[in-house]
Structure formats: C-alpha cells, structure tokens
Design a protein around this ligand. Structure first.
Ligand SMILES: *Cc1c(COP(=O)(O)O)cnc(C)c1O
Length: 393
C-alpha cells in the first residue's frame, strides 16, 4: 500500500467507490494537548462523541487519563483498551446491573445521578461502597448552545438541597456536574451555570469536592465560529475560583466534540448531479446524521488534481439510500462545475459523525485512511488567525 499524505492525494490515486473515513491523529493530539495545557483542571474525554478505539488510544497517548462513559459497552470498550484509565460513569440513569459491573469488574468509582432512586441504585449495586465519587447533575440552561441537553437530565438547582445532602452522606467525594448543551457558542453559558452551582451549594450547605463543567466546548463550522477556547477556560476558571468550596476541590470538564471534531472527515463521490443537488455516496444514515436532522453545515471542498476556477455555488446533498429523508439541505458551497465522478471532502466529522452511522439499505462505510494534512478548520491552529480562513466560506 502507498503512503498517502493528503485527502487530495488519496482521492486521485485510489478513486474509491465507497465513502472513505479520513483520520488525522495529529489533530486529536493537538486538541488534547491544548486542553491539558490550558484547562486548569482534569480533562475527561466524553466517549460518545467518537468511540473509535484508535482515537481513544491516541488521546491516552497524548495525556488524557479520564474518560466519561455512559453505557455498559462504553465502559467495557475503554477498560479493554486502557487498563489504567480513570472511567467516570456520567449517565444519570443507569441499569443497576450495569452499575454493579462497572464498580466491581471495571473499577469505576465516579457516577452521576439526578434523583434519589438512582442514588439508592448506586448504593445497592456497589454494596454501599465507601469510596464513591457521586456527582449530582444540575439542570442548567442550553440557551447558548446549538444542541439542547436541558430537558432530559438534571435536577432543578433550587430543589437540589436534599439530594445533595443525601449524596454527601453516601459519598467519599461529592461532585456537582451539569451540561450546558453541545456547541456552546458563548462562555456565558458556563458562567451562568456556575452561578446556579453556587446557589445550590449555599442552599444545601454541603462541602463539595468536585465541580464538573461537563461538555459543550465548541468546534468550528461554517456559520458557527466560536470565540477562542481560552476565553471559555478563563471564564470557567474565574467563576470556579469564586465558588464556596474547599481549596482542595477539583475542577473537571468532559469535552466530546472539542476533542474529536477535527480528528476525522469523510471523502465522498458524486454519483449524480440534478441541478444544484448532488447525489453522494454517504448521507443521513451514514456520517451525516447531524447535517440531515439538525441542518448542521459542515465545510466541504472539491478534491481535484487541477483545482476548479469556477465560481462557488450553493448545493444540497442526497445520500445513497432510497429514502427521501436521506437529504442534507446545506447549503454546501462548491465550484459550479462539480460533476459526476468528482470527490468531495466533508470536514469536521470526528464528533457525532462516524459515531452515528448505520448500515441501512446496505450502505456501509468504506476504508479508514490516515491523512497527515490539516483538518479543514481548526480551533487549535498555532498561527492563531489562520483558523478563521481555512475552508470556511
Ligand atoms: C454528550 C456529553 C458530553 C460531551 O458533550 P460535547 O458537547 O460533545 O462536549 C459530556 N458529558 C455528558 C454527560 C454528555 O452527555
């Protein structure tokens, strides 16, 4: 096999029939190092964003030691790959049997919860263990985020005192956690949430050992260009320092998207053009669920040896299945002369792209190949302002 270095090189030399996943391990490494060096706490990777074993191992090698897992299979997966990692079970509703396995077989000690029944479950399943870190999940606003996580989980901070006291009694370390929603477009989301945390601590009068600000850290997409991540960290550090907690307390974060978005993209082929609609070989049932169902716009570029000098035009995409819903409205900007047989790279799909794939209608992902060129956009580019200019139109 040849060693290819860029998306373009792969497209022109291999001319693959099936969609290809392009992975960029160097981009995951860069994101991990950024969090480790600039976030003044523990960075935990939220595995659901992308459970690819190669990515999990790359993050571990880059220094990420903590993993947020939410199901029996995620616990088994990460424990199987990383015997020495710290796993935190941050799904507030879990089957009792799974809690038991996580604690007794896989060494999980940290669990989240948002109700008394779950606390009872955790205590029974761990045989009333004395070494638990119990994180009470507060409900906070998702107003600043592209994707809400405020309805399903979390106890109302104003009604959380008795649960906090009960969890305090049952735990070795008491934590408070929340999630501001995914792709939070402003650091204000975290400042407001930490304000609610402060009120809850004061009302309950408990000693808190862990403040977990959850995920929500953004990546960069067309139309969704956030401020620098340093601004988020700075806002969180300030609000955290003002909390009534002991000096030995710990700050945690659970980024999923921010650590994985730049890790992979897909390379698709155009199978038909109908006006401004392109029929491509991956779609809503593949890596493009968010593009179809949330109308998420991902950056795109035409992979042609001789770059097109045609003007840019807005296109929408149809995926390969026989289903009208397999449609991505975009708009996706591509040269006006794009044609059947052309290859397109769709970028920033490392988070919630491949994780959501199905084999519906018999369409499976093709090979995974390593590219060592740059992702189509980056929040971690060393030359600061370059990130605003790459491939984002
Ligand atoms: C999904 C999820 C995350 C990761 O969220 P991102 O927006 O991808 O950073 C972190 N923590 C919990 C509890 C989650 O459910």
């Amino acid at each position: 096999m040849h060693k290819h270095h860029s998306a373009l090189g792969l497209a022109s030399s291999l001319r693959p029939v099936d969609p290809v996943t392009l992975i960029r391990p160097h981009a995951a490494h860069r994101a991990a190092r950024f969090f480790i060096e600039k976030f003044a706490g523990t960075t935990m990777y939220a595995v659901k964003a992308n459970p690819s074993p190669a990515l999990i191992c790359r993050l571990w090698e880059s220094g990420i030691t903590h993993y947020d897992v939410a199901s029996a299979n995620e616990v088994r997966l990460v424990r199987g790959l990383l015997p020495h990692a710290t796993l935190c079970f941050m799904n507030p509703v879990k089957p009792e049997e799974v809690i038991r396995e996580a604690y007794h077989v896989h060494g999980v000690r940290a669990f989240s919860l948002d109700n008394q029944e779950e606390l009872d479950k955790i205590l029974r399943a761990t045989d009333y263990a004395k070494d638990l870190t119990l994180c009470v999940r507060l409900r906070v606003s998702s107003d600043h985020s592209k994707l809400s996580l405020s309805s399903k989980f979390g106890i109302d901070p104003n009604a959380s005192a008795s649960l906090l006291m009960a969890a305090r009694q049952a735990s070795d370390a008491l934590g408070i956690c929340f999630h501001v929603g995914s792709q939070a477009m402003s650091p204000v989301a975290y400042i407001q949430a930490l304000g609610l945390v402060r009120d809850a601590i004061v009302q309950a009068g408990v000693t808190v050992d862990v403040i977990d600000v959850g995920g929500g850290f953004p990546s960069v997409y067309p139309d969704l260009e956030p401020q620098a991540l340093e601004n988020y960290f700075h806002a969180i550090h300030e609000a955290y320092e003002a909390l009534p907690i002991s000096y030995s307390a710990e700050l945690w974060a659970e980024p999923g998207r921010a650590l994985s978005a730049e890790y992979s993209s897909i390379m698709v082929r155009v199978e038909r053009r109908r006006g401004n609609e392109l029929y491509i070989n991956d779609g809503a049932y593949g890596a493009l669920f968010d593009a179809a169902h949330l109308n998420w716009r991902f950056p795109v570029r035409l992979l042609r040896d001789k770059p097109s000098d045609a003007r840019l035009l807005d296109f929408s995409f149809y995926g390969p299945t026989c289903d009208d819903m397999d449609y991505m409205a975009g708009p996706f900007s591509l040269p006006a002369d794009v044609a059947v047989g052309d290859y397109i790279e769709i970028g920033m799909l490392g988070a919630y792209g491949n994780a959501m794939r199905t084999d519906f209608n018999g369409f499976k992902m093709g090979p995974t190949l390593i590219a060592d060129d740059q992702p189509m956009a980056s929040l971690y580019d060393d030359e600061n302002d370059l990130r605003r200019t790459i491939a984002i139109r």
